[in-house]
Design a protein. Sequence first.
Length: 439
Amino acid sequence: MSEPKKLYIKTYGCQMNVYDSERMSEALGGQGYVETQSPEDADMILLNTCHIREKAAEKVYSELGRFKGLKAEKPDLKIGVAGCVAQAEGEEIMRRQPLVDLVVGPQSYHRLPELEAKARAGEKALDTDFPEEDKFEKLKNRPKAKRGPTAFLTVQEGCDKFCAFCVVPYTRGAEVSRPADRILREAQDLVERGVREITLLGQNVNAYHGAGPDGDMTLAGLIWELNKIDGLERIRFTTSHPNDMTDDLIEAHGTCEKLMPYLHLPVQSGSDKILKRMNRSHTAESYLRLIERIREARPDILMSGDFIVGFPEETEEDFQATLDLVEQVRYGYAYSFKYSIRPGTPAAERPQVDPQEADDRLQRLQALITRHQREIQDAMVGRTVRVLFEKPGRLAGQMVGKSEYLHAVHVSGADLSAGDLRNVRITASGANSLAGEVL
């Protein structure tokens, strides 16, 4: 038998890209590829890219430049670029980096086997279409290999919101939801292979409206169907938009046993002026009232959020409104970034905030978020939580997992395996994790 070909995938960005990379690996597995952790060992290198962060495309070109020597040593090595930078840059990638053999957008990766064959034949392979066929149905069934206790499952892609700072509608396309029966089949398959917690993914996941047996199903309806799967213990979802937090989804947080008390709900700014300029279609007040309703349904829920500081035309008064909102919500986690220009988006053409001022605001916001995060984490000491253990820790005899609130928890000296779900009393709070003892 011939040696299997080796595939090295480097994944950038969001959890959806992690899921996509898994499916790309599976698609190429049918062509005889097995994954390797080293680009030096690879017969194909695939960069699955993200276009959200600053200078994303330039970072990809820089990464590609590092492979020039490897390509010279191994002329048969094939190099591909996938994901959102591939969608945005297209043929330009091959023009700027001739060593690239294959470029595929996030909606076309089910065509990887044909593109790989084309590249192997010595042709340049490019596919950045938005095909009509369902890529998930075109992929082979997922292999039955044993899985870890947690998994991502994409249920919705694309976005119709057109926030002024965001490239997702241009790289991922319009909102599309997968039919409910296909999601449930994939979830059941994951559980049969050892998964106990599933995180539902979408660029705008709570806008999910996939076909169900009685018409379109909401995300809440899908969660209740997943709740029926024996062996599935936990359900999460990300990322949400405030305008799509429907009444039934809020109610599910209070009544669905398997839906975890954690919600990532980005607001981006506390200033109504900036929110309007961002085209967010909600106000600070409507967001705060929404948080109140969610906490009424599930008082112990841990909130997470996203913020952009230094957005074009943001004043110190606008920024102070963001700090005020953070003080009111008190996030257990939050992700904050300095605005960076995305060519082709409306905000790119507007007057920009001085970079030093934006840096200063970001540091002040992150200091406040970090203080709240630590206070919330410290308050867990003495409480009992349910921890799903995922892997060994850094120390001998240590196991690490996640609480229902998504806090990292480590215990030592207990007889535990990956996939165990146990009650743990929290005994100490560290910089980024909690320590506990199994009850």
